[in-house]
Ligand binder design. Structure first.
Ligand SMILES: [Zn+2]
Length: 102
């Protein structure tokens, strides 16, 4: 099952770069939680009708009338990653002045 993040670097506009941040610090962040290995469930990601089913590392509350947790594996966190016990996502930030083009 391919990861959902592979082509992300390609979409960065000129003058910007991607930076990893702790998602819980962002306004409007989604209700993600880390999942301990003992609480792991099969990943909900599906592609072409095929479920991933790898053991989950995090879960997202998709419930509208109370919690309804959907579990996802490390490859399918919708562009997020787990780093030092935090769920991180990438945001676009302007490249600082004087930085040579990469
Ligand atoms: Zn998965």
């Amino acid at each position: 099952m391919p990861s959902d993040t592979e082509d992300r670097e390609r979409d960065v506009p000129d003058g910007f770069q991607l930076e990893w941040v702790d998602e819980s610090t962002l306004r409007g962040s989604l209700p993600w939680e880390l999942v301990a290995p003992a609480d792991s469930k099969p990943c909900r990601w599906s592609h072409g009708g095929v479920r991933c089913a790898e053991p989950s590392v995090a879960r997202l509350d998709r419930g509208e009338k109370g919690p309804q947790w959907w579990h996802y594996c490390a490859s399918h966190l919708f562009g997020r990653r787990i780093n030092e016990g935090r769920i991180e996502c990438q945001i676009l930030v302007p490249v600082p002045e004087g930085t040579p083009d990469a």
